[in-house]
Write a protein that binds this ligand. Structure first.
Ligand SMILES: Nc1ncnc2c1ncn2[C@@H]1O[C@H](COP(=O)(O)OP(=O)(O)OP(=O)(O)O)[C@@H](O)[C@H]1O
Length: 633
C-alpha cells in the first residue's frame, strides 16, 4: 500500500475544490505510484509529487471504478492545522483526529496493476479515490472549522496576551521606575554607608581627642589649683607691695619736690656759673678789656727754635724778638736790640692744639651762655693761622673750629637736661679782593650768586644769597667745613694761592630757649682765618697780586682802625670801610668777647713780618673795648 503525502490544510482545500475537475486526478495518481516517499513536515505546502501535472493528463475523465479504487487513510494533526499522513492500518495516536476510507472492489493503488483494457476497474479505482478525497475534504473542512475556532480562540488569546503584555509592560515600566527609585535609594544607602564609615572614623578620632582633652583638662585642673594657690600667695604679696608702693609714692613725691628744688638750685647755679664765668673772663682780660690776644709761634720745619725769638720759661705771657745789630765801625761790639711783647698768653712751638684750645674753651662756653664770641687768626702767610683755626684731619691736630664745634654740641646736650633747647645755623664765607663768596654753595659755578652784607633794624648782620645751614650735630658741621675747603681749593690755581689771600669766616648762630624757665639766649660764634698779613713793597707787587695785597692790607689795617676806634670809644666806628669789619661788626662791638691769635713764623727771614704782626697784635691787645653783656631775655 502506498502512503499519502502530507498536505497543508490550504493545499488540501485547493485539491478538494479541484477534485471536482476529474482531469486533475490522473497525474496525482501517477505521482503517488512513482514516488511513494513521505513528504517532510516543512514541505507541507508543496504539491504532492513536487511538480504540477501536465494539463492534458489532468483533463482525463473520472470513472466510477477510479472512485472505488485505493482507499486511503488520512490522519489530520491537531496542531496548527497540519495533516499528518498515516497508514489505514496504523493504530490511532493520542488526541489526533483520524479518518479511514475503506477501499471498494479491487485492491486500490499501486498494489494491483490493471490491464489497459480494464477501464472499468480503473474507473472504479478512480471513484474510490474520489470518495476517498471527498471524505478527506470533509474531514479537512471539519478540521478547518476546528482550526477556525482554534484561531478565534488563538486571536482572543492573542488579544488577552496583548492586554497581558500591555499590562505587564506597564508593570515593567512601574517596576523600572521603582527600580530607578530603588537604585537612587541604593546610592543614598551606599553614600550613607560610606558617610557612616567616615563618620565612624571621625567619631573614633574625636573619641581619641576627647580622651586627650580629658587628660589635658585633668592636668589643667591640677595647674589651676596650683595657680589658685599661687594667686592667693600673690594677692597677699600684692597687698603688701601696695602698701610699700603707697610709701614709695609718698617718697617719690617728696623726692620730686626735692628734684624741683634742686633744679631751681641748679638753674640758679647755672646762672651763677655764667655770671662767674664771665667775671673770670673779664678778670683775665682786665688789663686789656674784652679783646684777648694769644700769640702762637710755629715750630721751625726741623723742629728747633730760631735764635731771634725768645720765650722765657717762667713767663707764659711774654715774647721777645731779638735783633743783633752789627757795629758799623768795627770798634764797638755788636748790639742786640730786643723787642718785648706781652699778651694774654704766648704759646711756644711745642704747644699742642689741645693746650691752645683749653685756653679758649671758656670763651667758647660763653657763646652758649649768650655772648657773641669772635676768634680770629692774624699773621703772615705760612705762620700757622689755618693750622691753628682748622688743624688737619687727625684727632690730635684738630684746630679751634672743630674743637669749638664739638664743645658747643656737647655742652648743648648737657644743658638740654636742664630744659634748654638749642638751634644752630652755620655759614661759611670767603672774602677775596673785597668780594664775598659762599663757601657752602653747591650749585653750578656759572650760577653762583653775588652777595651783599645787610644790617637789620636790630643790628643783626646778614649776607644776601648766602647758605645758612641748620645743623644739629658735630658731624654735620664737619661736613660743611669739608665742603668749604673743597670750594676754596676749586677756586685756587697754581699761580694764585687764593687761601692765603682771602679771609674765611665761619659763623655758628646759636639760639637757646629754656621754655620752663622762660629764658632765651642768642649769640654768634665767629671763627676767622685771616689772609696773610705780609706787606710787600709796592714796586714788587704787580697786577692781580698788587690788587690782592691792597685789598688784604686795606681790610687788615681797617680791622686795626675799628678796634682802635672801639677802644677809644669813638662816636664813629668805620665798620663799613671793609667787608671784613662790616661782617664782623656784631662780634667786634662792645657786646662781644674777642680773641685774636697772632701767629708767628720762626724763620729769621720772617723777622720783619713777625715784628709787624706783633706790633699790630700789641695795639689790639692794648684796646679796652668794654664789658660784654649776654644777649639774654
Ligand atoms: N703749631 C704748628 N705745629 C706744627 N706745624 C705747624 C704749626 N703751625 C703751622 N704748621 C704747619 O706750617 C705750615 C703752614 O701753616 P698754615 O697753612 O696754617 O699757615 P697759614 O698762616 O694759614 O698760611 P696761609 O696764610 O698761606 O694760609 C703748614 O704745613 C702747617 O701744617
Amino acid at each position: 500500500m502506498s502512503r499519502l503525502p502530507v498536505m497543508t490544510s490550504k493545499r488540501v482545500l485547493t485539491s478538494s475544490s479541484s477534485s471536482e475537475n476529474s482531469q486533475d486526478m490522473a497525474p496525482a495518481q501517477k505521482k503517488i505510484r512513482k514516488d511513494p516517499e513521505p513528504v517532510k513536515p516543512h514541505a507541507a505546502a508543496t504539491i504532492i509529487g513536487g511538480k504540477r501535472p501536465p494539463a492534458a493528463a489532468t483533463r482525463a475523465p473520472i470513472s466510477k471504478s477510479v472512485r472505488a479504487v485505493g482507499a486511503a487513510t488520512v490522519a489530520v494533526g491537531p496542531s496548527r492545522g497540519v495533516l499528518k499522513p498515516s497508514i489505514a492500518s496504523a493504530a490511532p495516536k493520542g488526541g489526533n483526529m483520524k479518518q479511514t476510507v475503506a477501499p471498494t472492489g479491487t485492491k486500490p493503488g499501486g498494489g494491483t496493476k490493471r490491464h489497459a483494457w480494464d477501464l472499468k476497474g480503473k474507473v472504479s479505482d478512480m471513484e474510490g479515490k474520489l470518495r476517498n478525497y471527498q471524505t478527506k475534504v470533509k474531514s479537512v473542512n471539519e478540521e478547518n472549522e476546528i482550526l477556525k475556532g482554534t484561531m478565534v480562540q488563538s486571536k482572543m488569546r492573542v488579544t488577552e496576551m496583548e492586554k497581558e503584555l500591555k499590562r505587564q509592560k506597564s508593570q515593567i515600566s512601574e517596576y523600572e521606575e521603582e527600580l530607578h527609585a530603588l537604585s537612587g535609594v541604593r546610592d543614598e544607602l551606599e553614600k550613607v554607608s560610606s558617610d557612616k564609615s567616615t563618620l565612624q572614623k571621625e567619631l573614633s578620632n574625636l573619641e581619641g581627642k576627647y580622651k586627650v582633652m580629658e587628660t589635658l583638662r585633668d592636668s589643667q585642673e591640677t595647674e589651676l589649683q596650683t595657680l589658685t594657690m599661687k594667686l592667693s600667695v600673690l594677692e597677699s604679696t600684692l597687698a603688701r607691695l601696695q602698701g610699700t608702693l603707697r610709701d614709695t609714692e609718698d617718697e617719690v613725691r617728696s623726692l620730686k619736690e626735692t628734684v624741683a628744688e634742686q633744679k631751681d638750685e641748679l638753674h640758679a647755679g647755672e646762672m651763677e656759673r655764667r655770671r662767674l664765668h664771665n667775671t673770670i673772663q673779664e678778670l683775665k682780660a682786665s688789663y686789656n678789656g674784652n679783646i684777648r690776644v694769644f700769640c702762637r709761634v710755629r715750630p721751625l720745619v726741623d723742629g728747633g727754635l730760631s735764635k731771634h725769638i725768645q720765650l722765657p720759661t717762667n713767663d707764659i705771657k711774654t715774647i721777645t724778638l731779638a735783633k743783633t745789630e752789627e757795629s758799623h765801625t768795627g770798634k764797638t761790639a755788636d748790639t742786640q736790640k730786643n723787642y718785648n711783647f706781652s699778651f694774654d698768653r704766648v704759646f711756644g712751638p711745642a704747644a699742642s692744639q689741645q693746650e691752645v684750645f683749653e685756653e679758649i674753651s671758656l670763651l667758647v662756653q660763653s657763646a652758649l651762655d649768650g655772648y657773641n664770641v669772635c676768634c680770629f687768626a692774624y699773621g703772615q702767610t705760612g705762620s700757622g693761622k689755618t693750622y691753628t683755626m682748622e688743624g688737619d684731619e687727625f684727632d690730635v691736630t684738630r684746630g679751634v673750629i672743630p674743637r669749638a664745634v664739638q664743645q658747643i654740641f656737647r655742652a648743648a646736650e648737657k644743658l638740654a637736661t636742664q630744659g634748654w633747647e638749642f638751634t644752630f645755623t652755620a655759614s661759611f664765607v670767603e672774602i677775596y679782593n673785597e668780594t664775598l663768596r659762599d663757601l657752602l654753595y653747591t650749585g653750578k659755578a656759572s650760577k653762583r650768586p653775588e652777595h651783599e652784607i645787610r644790617k637789620s633794624a636790630n643790628n643783626e648782620v646778614t649776607i644776601t644769597n648766602l647758605t645758612y645751614e641748620k645743623v644739629s650735630n658735630e658731624d654735620q658741621v664737619l661736613g660743611l667745613i669739608a665742603l668749604a675747603n673743597q670750594n676754596r681749593s676749586t677756586a685756587q690755581t697754581a699761580q694764585n694761592d687764593r687761601s692765603s689771600r682771602s679771609h674765611s669766616v665761619f659763623q655758628l648762630d646759636i639760639e637757646g630757649v629754656n621754655a620752663g624757665r622762660d629764658v632765651k639766649c642768642k649769640s654768634t660764634l665767629c671763627l676767622v682765618d685771616l689772609a696773610g698779613s705780609e706787606r710787600m713793597l709796592k714796586s714788587q707787587s704787580q697786577g692781580e697780586r698788587f690788587k690782592e695785597m691792597t685789598a688784604i692790607n686795606g681790610s687788615l689795617s681797617n680791622l686795626g682802625i675799628v678796634i682802635s676806634a672801639l677802644a677809644n670809644k669813638e662816636s664813629y666806628v668805620p665798620y663799613r670801610n671793609s667787608k671784613l669789619t662790616y661782617l664782623l661788626q656784631g662780634c667786634l662791638g662792645g657786646n662781644s668777647k674777642t680773641l685774636m691769635f697772632v701767629n708767628i713764623a720762626p724763620e729769621s727771614d720772617s723777622f720783619g713780618e713777625t715784628l709787624n704782626s706783633l706790633r699790630f697784635a700789641s695795639k689790639v691787645n692794648d684796646c679796652v673795648i668794654g664789658t660784654a653783656s649776654a644777649n639774654r631775655k
